[in-house]
Design a protein around this ligand. Structure first.
Ligand code: SAM
Length: 366
């Protein structure tokens, strides 16, 4: 049994032909009424996945300290647009703001903008952040101009990717079509090389990999990264981007689907399944640089949080904790920074304007 959205997508394909993987993802996640990110409350143990700010308050607290330090480095502009892309239940921002209450002038200068398309999550954000009177946006480009501090945790992995498969003729686009039963969604290859393959990074596109090799690119990631780069250059500001992904572009499909914390077929029950792809940080960084910005990282989340003092913060929290709470703090710390958990797979990238030295947490420039 597929989903209502699955039936609608099948009808569309029957009428107008196969659609790209990116179009499928955009529909499955963003359909105005049936898309996954429009209708479900995906986070937490009852949802489909758990994120770093949901693991521990320490994550948001340290991000808050980073943002406040960047605000001071910018010369304490007031107002400053504090923007979060995809704030989930608002945990990161609530922890960040609680931790920075004591920074003189910071809260008085803040103008909070949340970019999210998910109504149930917007309601949770309202509950968590009402005191800061946030404004909501569907897209970054409606956030008013002005000096900006931006944070995005696990936002870019939700943006659609196009997929291409190497054939003896070139790179053909992987599409979503219909099985002979006329209902079941299946992956199918477009018949000829795709003009959109020029979007692939040159190192992948111009290599001559074995037939059957799959490569991905997200035009949406490039577009948002370019927008962030242009914004921090024009208005002044900083962006902190955290996500799972790879530092270097290369072939390999990473599209994945998760429902109730378990991997499932990406074409199964669209609208009820979370779809993500690993973020290509090299392409993201290049897009920001092409817009004139300076990029730091990516560094591993573990290294970043350690440099910001997470172990010290955990030690402080432990002092006031019961034995059970101490065990929770230790488990959360390990989850966030251990190389075999989130510490290495998750990458952290900072985007700033061209005049700035390296921010905290980043040892070198890429
Ligand atoms: C994986 S959740 C991460 C939530 C939060 N940042 C956290 O770490 O807990 C992705 C977030 O991005 C939002 N989102 C997904 N696609 C979006 C889009 N195209 N435009 C705006 N927000 C989007 C979701 O509603 C959700 O809040």
């Amino acid at each position: 049994m597929t989903s209502e959205l699955g039936r609608r997508i099948a009808r569309r394909i029957a009428l107008t032909g196969p659609i790209s993987v990116a179009d499928f993802m955009a529909e499955a996640l963003g359909h105005p009424t049936l898309g996954y990110y429009r209708r479900t409350m995906p986070l937490g143990t009852a949802g489909d996945f758990t994120t770093a700010p949901e693991v521990s308050q320490m994550f948001g607290e340290l991000v808050g300290a980073w943002l406040a330090e960047r605000w001071q480095a910018m010369g304490r502009p007031a107002p400053v647009r504090l923007v979060e892309l995809g704030p989930g239940r608002g945990a990161l921002m609530a922890d960040a703001l609680r931790a920075t209450r004591g920074v003189p002038g910071f809260h008085a200068a803040l103008d909070l903008h949340l970019v999210d398309i998910n109504e149930p999550l917007r309601a949770a954000q309202q509950a968590a952040l009402a005191a800061y009177r946030p404004s909501w946006h569907e897209r970054l480009d409606t956030v008013p101009a002005g000096p900006t501090l931006l944070v995005a945790n696990e936002f870019f992995d939700a943006l659609p990717v196009r997929q291409f498969e190497r054939t003896k003729h070139g790179w053909n686009e992987r599409m979503v079509g219909l099985a002979p039963d006329g209902e079941t969604l299946v992956f199918a290859l477009a018949p000829g090389p795709s003009p959109f393959a020029h979007l692939l990074p040159a190192t992948t596109r111009d290599a001559d990999p074995a037939p059957g090799t799959v490569a991905e690119v997200s035009p949406a990631v490039i577009a948002v990264a370019a927008q962030i780069g242009a914004r921090v250059v024009k208005e002044g500001g900083w962006a902190l981007i955290v996500d799972y992904g790879r530092d270097r572009s290369g072939p390999g499909p990473t599209l994945q689907a998760v429902r109730r914390h378990r991997g499932v077929d990406p074409l199964d029950r669209p609208g009820e399944t979370d779809l993500t792809a690993h973020v290509d940080f090299a392409l993201l960084a290049q897009a920001a640089r092409d817009a004139g910005a300076r990029v730091f990282g990516p560094v591993g989340q573990g290294d970043f949080l350690r440099r910001l003092g997470i172990e010290h913060r955990a030690a402080i929290l432990r002092k006031r904790a019961t034995d059970a709470q101490k065990a929770d703090i230790d488990a959360a710390l390990a989850r966030l920074i251990a190389p075999d958990q989130m510490g290495t797979l998750f990458r952290v990238l900072a985007v700033g304007d061209d005049r700035c030295p390296a921010p905290a947490g980043f040892s070198d420039e890429t």
